[in-house]
Design a protein around this ligand. Sequence first.
Ligand code: ADP
Ligand code: ZN
Length: 220
Amino acid sequence: MADIYVFIGPPGVGKGTLGEMFCEETKAVHVSTGDLLRQEMAAGTELGNKVKGIIAEGGLVSDDIVAEMVEGRLQKDDIVAKGCLLDGFPRTVPQAEALRDILKRTGHKMAAVVSIEADQQMLITRLTARRMCTNKECGAIFNVVAMPPKTEGICDKCGAKLYQRSDDTKEAALHRLDVYAKQTAPLIDFYKKEGKLIRSTSRDLPAEANYANLKAALKA
Ligand code: ADP
Ligand code: ZN
């Protein structure tokens, strides 16, 4: 029995970074379905191989696959003890319905759903400029325009190499934004009707400022 928070927002909005900050402060476990899927791909598991193509194109993995993966994760001891932040799930209305059933079965409680919103042009710029740390333990995220690393291609935090995600090319990024508008944006209404929705706008500001904004919205 633990508190579950959900962050929804378009790709590039800073959901992952804000999620890290939130979890550091609240000690909730950070569960990113994108990270879980990338771990499966890196490990070359059957699941990883199955989803590789669709992720590279910027499409969505099937609802059943992700729901099963999330249900398994929510039953682990760390989440039962500390609760978690779901980052990137649910992403479709069927996934939100699946989550409702998962919460019933696991006994967890939905604490709040935060919709993080931003200007479309800012999202495109940010996505194509994004670089990730190859060190999974580190997970730092840079931006070659707004937050470049001190040495090109190298992580400031741990010294590992940086890489660009295969779905952060302009073409794939535009497709992901389109998929978001069609498949994920309807969740905003879904959770508004359930009385769980909190909205927060992210601007072209340091992550700390956007985080302060999000926290204020959560407390209001
Ligand atoms: P972003 O939020 O930057 O788009 P994520 O790391 O959350 O990226 O997800 C990367 C990719 O993983 C998505 O484009 C999609 O293919 C897949 N994915 C992640 N979460 C889900 C989900 N809940 N349902 C379906 N596909 C997902
Ligand atoms: Zn690093």
